[in-house]
Design a protein around this ligand. Structure first.
Ligand code: AMP
Ligand code: ZN
Length: 458
């Protein structure tokens, strides 16, 4: 089966051709750990998770690297504002990121390198860029990339640089497409950097953000690898600069396929830490949403379309997750999983292999759920159909991860269920009923089955 993805570089859908047959090397820009990642960030991380799971289900071996940006302008500002060390800040938010990603059932990357563990690799790359005539040292000991020296500069963001008189330099990590300028590879130490600095051939300083991902991606995946992903805000300047740095330093091809997910927006604005319009995973769990409904809401739109955050969307997601789980439980009680799958499964996978069309694939799945529910309601579902149905739900879940296992039940609910079990053992039916009601109020339902009590979201 052909797998096709939209490549930001060519602005076209292209058939995926791995560099090594049967293997995929992918690098995804990880979080900047100066505060807790919000669900906008997780929209991008989930798009990458679905991408990886699609490769796995069709039989590829995937090597996935995600970096942790633990030093950049924002990290230093945060450490200064809170009078903490960079390490204190990064340890806290890296741990929270790992925790939230696990809650959302995001498959962990094979490696999660820290920028601060790879400073020597960055220095080597900058040294090569100076040697190749692509970078220059300034009087204060910073090193800048000369965009004029790299003829393909602007090819990812499709910048028109004709007539641009290159006189300016930009020291900040982030700047806009309207002002392409020479950018910092190495930033000489300044007083506000405090004790954040490393020795280099150019004196004390720290790397620019873009250099971090050039060094870490090629260290772990080789100079030329298959896929590089991020959110659309990463296209410029971050990924544009990465291409320039990596290709010029290594005299090599760099990345074949660039994939970017559109933003999660809140009241017409990008959800972002700097705007302060964010929602985090713990906040939404406290609002009563399960990890599965959050996952569903974030993958139910195509990754290249903007997705507006709303509680209505989360409520709808909750209902959809409930419908899949309800059918799963019904089928699971009737039959065991089998080897054959319905035609809808093929269709589901084909749609995902066409630029990850998650809304269309979910449409196929839900039509199927409706069909089976109708047959169950009319008592006309054959055993074979039930087995295929169960197998489809389980197989589709290797990508979607929306089925709720007993181990996914939140601690607070599990405690109430255990308390109710004790009450039942003591034949305290009044307390047991009361606890059932309390569990229901919290959005969960208990079912007493011969094999023990089971609990599901309502
Ligand atoms: P950061 O922690 O800011 O470095 O961002 C981590 C990832 O989240 C990057 O790939 C960003 O492009 C992405 N991102 C940031 N904000 C959003 C948003 N509102 N919607 C989707 N992705 C986002
Ligand atoms: Zn990056």
């Amino acid at each position: 089966m052909n797998i096709k993805f939209y490549n930001t570089l060519s602005r076209k859908k292209e058939i995926f051709n791995p560099i090594k047959p049967g293997e995929v090397s992918m690098y995804t820009c990880g979080p900047t750990v100066y505060s807790r990642s919000h669900i906008g960030n997780f929209r991008t991380f989930l798009f990458e998770d679905i991408l990886k799971r699609v490769f796995l289900i069709v039989g590829y071996k995937v090597r996935h690297i995600m970096n942790i940006t633990d030093v950049d302008d924002k990290m230093i500002k945060k450490a200064n504002d809170e009078n903490k060390t960079l390490t204190e800040i990064s340890l806290k938010y890296t741990a929270e990121f790992i925790e939230d990603a696990a809650i959302l059932k995001i498959l962990p990357a094979d490696e999660l390198p820290l920028a601060t563990d790879n400073i020597q690799e960055m220095i080597s790359m900058i040294t090569a860029l100076i040697k190749n005539g692509n970078a220059y040292l300034t009087e204060n000991g910073s090193v800048f990339f000369s965009i004029e020296s790299y003829k393909d500069y602007g090819k990812l963001a499709h910048l028109d640089l004709k007539g641009l008189k290159q006189t300016d330099r930009v020291a900040a990590d982030e700047y806009t497409k309207d002002h392409p300028q020479d950018f910092a590879l190495w930033k000489a130490w300044k007083e506000e950097d405090g004790d954040v600095s490393w020795d280099s051939p150019w004196g004390k300083g720290r790397p620019g953000w873009h250099m971090e991902c050039s060094a870490m991606s090629t260290k772990y995946l080789g100079n030329h690898f298959d896929i590089h992903c991020g959110g659309v805000d990463n296209i410029f300047p971050h990924h544009e600069n990465e291409i320039a740095q990596s290709c010029a330093a290594l005299n090599s091809e760099f990345v074949n396929l660039w994939m970017h997910s559109e933003h999660l927006i809140m009241a017409d604005e990008k959800m972002s830490k700097s705007l302060g319009n964010i929602k985090t995973i713990p906040e939404l769990l406290a609002d009563g949403y399960t990890a599965e409904s959050l996952r569903f809401a974030l993958i139910s739109s195509h990754y290249r379309s903007k997705l507006a955050f709303s509680h209505i969307k989360l409520e709808e997601a909750k209902k959809s997750v409930h419908r899949i789980n309800e059918l799963f439980q019904k089928l699971n009680k009737k039959v065991d999983v089998g080897n054959s799958l319905p035609d809808e499964y093929e269709e589901f996978i084909e749609i995902l292999c066409d630029d990850l069309n998650t809304p269309k694939a979910l449409g196929v799945l839900f039509n199927y759920v409706r069909k089976l529910n109708h047959k169950i309601d009319n008592d006309i579902l054959s055993k074979n159909e039930a087995t295929m149905g169960l197998s489809f739900l389980i197989k589709a879940d290797e990508i979607l991860s929306l089925l709720i296992k007993q181990t996914d039940i939140p601690d607070k609910i599990a405690q109430l269920v255990a308390k109710r079990e004790s009450a039942r053992k003591e034949k305290n039916w009044k307390l047991s009923d009361h606890l059932r009601e309390e569990i229901k109020q919290k959005g969960w339902k208990v079912e007493d089955l011969p094999e023990g009590t089971k609990c599901y979201p309502l």
